[in-house]
Design a protein around this ligand. Sequence first.
Ligand code: TTP
Ligand code: MG
Length: 400
Amino acid sequence: MRRRILHIDMDAFFASVEQSRNPALKGKPLIVGGDRTESRGVVCTASYEARRYGVHSGMALAEARRRCPQAVFLRGNFEHYREASQKIHAVLEATSPHVEAASIDEAYVDITGSRRLFGGEDALADLIKRRIREETELPCTIGIASNKLVSKIATNEAKPDGYLRIEEGNEARFLRPLPLRKLPGIGPRTCETLESLGVLTVGALADLPSDILIRAFGLIGYALQRAARGESTSEVKPDSVPKSISRETTFEEDLLDWRRVKQMLIYLAERAVYALREQGMEARCVTLKVRYADFKTLTFAHTFSEPTFVDGDIIRALHMLLPKAQERRVRVRLVGVALSSLRHHLWQLHLFGKERFEKWARVLESVDRIRDRHGFELIRLAPSMGLGRRVRLATPSLSR
Ligand code: TTP
Ligand code: MG
C-alpha cells in the first residue's frame, strides 16, 4: 500500500497566537520580532494583513516599518508559542502514532493506517483543523499527498486556512505548472542556473534531458529531477526526545593532575553540547561525573535558570562544580559530562532581546556546519587544546 502523508503548518504562527490572545489585534497588520523602538532585529513573522504590504519573515524591522508604518509591532512571547505548539502536537498525536514535528508550527503525520478510522482523508483533515481551532483558536493549513515533499508543497499552495489533497498518482501533474522556487531545496542560485537553461517551471525541470542536468549539477541533478517529478522516499520519523546526552571517558592511567582532567572535561563538554545542538535541543542541567581510582563514583549537578546550548555556559558550570570533585584526594579514573532537562531549542526565542544568544546561535551554527563537513576536531575551544590536536578517548562512551 502506498503511504499517505498529512502535512500541517500553522498560518502566520507567532502573529496568530498574538491575535488569539488579544482579539483587538485580529484582522490588523501585525509584525512580531521587535517593538517600534528597536533599531536592529528582524521580522519573525507578519500577519497576512501585513504581508500585503510586502513584509515577510527575515526582513529588517526598519524596512518593515517603512513598508507598513501602521502595523502593530510586538516583541513576542516565546512561551506562548511553545504552549500552542504543544497543544497542536497533542491533537495530532491523537490521530496517528506517526507524528514528526518538523518545526515549531509544522508537522508530518503518516496517516496510511489511521485515515480510515476517521472516515477518510478529507474528514480527518477537517477534524484536525476543527480540533486545533477548539484547543488554540489558531488557523492552519493542511496538505495531503503520497509523500512528505508533495504534502508540504500542497500546504504551501493552500495557505492560509486551507486544505489541499493530491490524489495518489497526481503528484507530478500537480507540480508541473509551479514556478521552480516552490520546490523545497531549490535556492536562488540553483534557480538562476536553471533559468539560464530556459527552465522556468517544475514541469520543465522534470522533463530536462539527463545529460544537460548532469552537466549543470552533477549527481545532485538527479535528486532535483526526482523532486520535480514529485518523487520522495523520506519517511515520517516519529519524534524521539533523548532524556540526556552524555560524553565520558576512562583515562589510560589514573590521574592526580587536575589540569589534565579539566582539559578532558572541556573536550567532553564540547562534544556533548555539539551533539545537543545537532538534536536541536537545549539543556537546563549539567552533571559532572567523576569515578575515582577506588571506583567510588560521584556526580555533581548544576541547574541553569535558563536552558542553554552554548559551550561557554556548560564549561563555566563545570568550573563551578570542579572544586567539590577535587575535595577527594584520590586519583581520577573516569570523567564525564551529562546534559539533561532537555527540550527542543527554538533559537528564534533568543531573538527576543537576548542578543548574546542570537550572536552565539549564529557563530555556533557556522562552527557546527564546518564540523559536520570536516569533522569535530577541526574547531575546538582553546582550553581543551592542551590535549593535542587529535584526541583519542580510551573508552569512549557516547550515550544519549
Ligand atoms: P513559518 O511557518 O515559516 O511562517 P508562519 O507560520 O509565520 O507563516 P505561514 O506558515 O503562514 O507562511 O514559521 C513559523 C514561525 O517561526 C513564525 O510564525 C515565526 C518563526 N520564524 C522566525 O522566527 N523567523 C523566520 O525567519 C521564520 C521563517 C519563522
Ligand atoms: Mg507556518
